[in-house]
Design a protein. Structure first.
Lengths: 429, 145
């Protein structure tokens, strides 16, 4: 059980820690599968689409694309069959929200997938769960079996004539497979190399067929929206980014864990109100959105953590991972760690990303050993820009964000290494 | 409607082959066999097997220790974890002990960041690691025959 920090408000995590996730009866007792019943008995697919659109729900995997619009594109696609995919390949460092949802409330995801299938006209769904999440896989397997026994899955669900099946695909270890087209390649049994876009999945996805792919947390919002309505959903969060967000907090805070909070909470509120403050030393920086996210310094403590507010500043909320770092942290040492991650996880399809990540790590390592040159910092920025502009997927495109923001705040600290001194004493020079 | 044919799903076949091998890896013969079964070339199957970090093409130990090396674990004291493991096992990352019991691997985020630093030993999660906790875990595993 992941520690959940006191969250008074719950949409996504309403059942988390409160019901036995392996009991469908307990889920049903919390109005479980009522949203599916309501949709199949009372709503036409177009009505479901307009409800989701009206809610303003955005993709919670990180890209924040309007969910209703994505559903509509897939619904309008002419080709058949169509597929639903739940992206549970949670690999962004610092993120453990999807694991919590899968482990704590798997039926909610099944419900979201069935409703999505009905709305876009798909009869088959896959959930791609990363291979390391064994408990998630086991719990989801059990949940699927129970849902089939209760005839929420299979043929003629709720006597409506609608058929829907779900199958689990177990990942085999790859960060880039979280990218939607790479995930589809992987589901087809191939190397997880991202595809060119367009075409986008709603017109050509899995096996070239129209495919709707949504993140776990996105799908966990569907049943509540259907049951309580789009207007209710819009009470939470901001006008541009309605709803709640599950943030995952780690690092130098007193209490690490998950919180569900309205979109638009600030970093200061998260650290002080939920995580009970810093552990030993003063706040230095936080990385928001995972390793592919930006570094936020003290001046950003009161910025609203929602997609729109961060987007305006050229930053990202991403998966909602928040890594808090105190003054004992060496900015360059962390940058090296991030670059090592990108180097390891680059799939190698785009040469600038494959070679660039290697070169970036070499540069950062040389600087950390006191072997760097003055212009190495600008060379890093230039290299990152080239990788950003010439890579196919978000891995290569977004690595400039941690690099440029670390250098924005801590260029002097990095330069000190070139002069032969690590100000925090972390790097051995 | 096109559905996955499990008999021809390379990733599932590779997983099964690795699970059934007592040294935790996929042999060259098995790769060739899977290529045949799936109707693909050896190169294609080799490409898939080497893409995913959970697959290994060389023999590994009875216990595969996979230490998370991503931001949150790195921040929470990962360096000392690697030092202790390398010293205790007398191997470097990517190597297997001479007695064939332990393999040490460095992996990306395992999603246990709230209990960092963390690692997995085969299918078991070990979190909130300290040098002392690691020594205890190794002692327990060494006792098992």
């Amino acid at each position: 059980m992941i520690k959940e920090l006191k969250s008074p408000l719950r949409v996504v995590l309403d059942n988390y820690g409160r019901i036995n996730p392996e009991s469908i009866e307990e889920y049903i007792a919390q109005d479980g599968y009522e949203a599916v019943g309501k949709v199949l008995r009372e709503m036409r697919p177009e009505q479901v689409l307009s409800e989701i659109k009206a809610s303003g729900l955005q993709g919670r995997g990180g890209a924040a694309f309007p969910t209703g619009l994505k559903w509509e594109f897939t619904a309008k696609a002419k080709a058949a069959p169509k597929y639903i995919i739940c992206n549970a390949d949670e690999g962004e460092p610092g993120t453990f929200k999807d694991r919590a949802i899968l482990e704590g409330d798997p039926h909610k995801i099944i419900e979201g997938m069935i409703i999505a299938g009905y709305a876009v006209g798909a009869h088959y769904g896959y959930i791609y769960i990363r291979g390391e999440y064994l408990l998630s896989i086991n719990r989801f397997n059990k949940a699927l079996k129970q849902a089939r026994e209760h005839r929420f899955l299979g043929e003629d669900v709720f006597g409506s004539g609608f058929n829907f099946q779900i199958e689990i695909h177990q990942g085999a270890g790859s960060y880039v497979c979280g990218e939607e087209t790479a995930l589809m390649e992987s589901l087809e049994g191939k190397r997880g190399n991202p595809r060119f876009k367009p075409p986008f999945p709603p017109s050509s996805g899995l096996w070239g067929k129209p495919t709707l792919i949504n993140n776990v947390e996105t799908l966990a919002n569907i049943a509540p929206i259907i049951l309580k309505g789009a207007d209710w959903f819009r009470i939470f969060g901001t006008k541009e980014c309605p709803g709640t967000k599950v943030y995952a907090i780690s690092g130098h805070v007193k209490e690490a864990g998950l919180i569900e909070a309205p979109m638009g909470i600030t970093l200061r509120e998260i650290i002080i109100d939920y995580a009970q403050g810093m552990r030993d030393s003063k706040f230095k920086m936080a990385q928001v959105g995972g390793t592919a996210g930006a570094i936020l310094g003290e001046d950003m403590l009161d910025v609203s953590l929602d997609y729109a507010s961060l987007g305006e500043k050229g930053l990202v909320l991403g998966s909602g991972a928040i890594l808090v770092m105190d003054e004992t942290t060496c900015a360059l040492d962390m940058l090296k760690c991030f670059l090592n991650f990108f180097k390891r996880e680059s799939c190698g399809k785009c040469i600038p990303c494959r070679v660039g990540t290697e070169k970036l790590l070499e540069l950062a390592t040389a600087i950390s050993r006191g072997e760097g040159k003055e212009d190495d910092i600008d060379l890093m920025l230039h290299t990152a820009k080239v990788v950003q502009k010439t890579s196919l997927c978000a891995l290569g495109q977004s690595l400039i964000l941690p690099i440029s923001t670390i250098l924005k705040y801590f260029r002097e600290e990095v330069t000190e290494h070139i002069k032969g001194r690590c100000p925090t004493g972390v790097c051995k020079i | 409607m096109k559905l996955r044919n499990k008999e021809k799903d390379v990733i599932a076949l590779l997983s099964k082959a690795q699970r059934e091998n007592k040294h935790n890896y996929i042999t060259e013969d098995k790769l060739k066999l899977i290529a045949q079964e799936a109707g693909l070339s050896y190169g294609e199957v080799y490409g898939v097997a080497t893409f995913y970090s959970l697959f290994s093409l060389k023999p590994r130990g009875e216990y595969v220790i996979r230490v998370c090396d991503s931001g949150p674990c790195h921040l929470m004291g990962l360096k000392s974890i690697f030092e202790v493991l390398e010293k205790e096992l007398k191997i470097k990352v990517g190597e297997t002990t001479d007695d064939g019991r332990f393999t040490l691997e460095e992996v990306s985020c395992l999603g246990i960041c709230n209990e960092a630093p963390a690692m997995m030993i085969n299918e078991k999660v070990c979190d909130n690691l300290t040098p002392q906790k690691i020594r205890e875990i190794l002692r327990e595993l060494r006792k098992k025959k």
